[in-house]
Design a protein around this ligand. Sequence first.
Ligand SMILES: [Cu+2]
Length: 128
Amino acid sequence: MFRIPLTAWTVAAVLVACAPGPSTPTGTDMAPAPAATVTIQGFAFAPADVTVKVGESIRWTNQDSAPHTATADDGSFGTATLGQGRSDSVTFTKVGTYAYHCAVHPTMTAVVHVVAGASESTPPTKSY
Ligand SMILES: [Cu+2]
């Protein structure tokens, strides 16, 4: 007896909860928005030097007709091989500096800096 109205309310609540996000991305998927994006174009990473906080992700998007990857020099991360217009994201969980390159074109190099976030156990110096 209660099943139909409850289901209807649940569906309505989910729709309301999903519909008007404060920062609705224009992307095609529901993945969390990356903290930074790197465009691969002209056989180069742009920007070639990017900084994110621990727990944040970077999305690489290839604009070239040639396939590219973003592959850590130490193998700690790597995107899929990206065809034109394709993108892939990596989430960084450890502080550090990560040099990376394109596995298809090893002369393409860039670097990711991962720094402690505000919510980490090492807060920034307080000044008050
Ligand atoms: Cu490449």
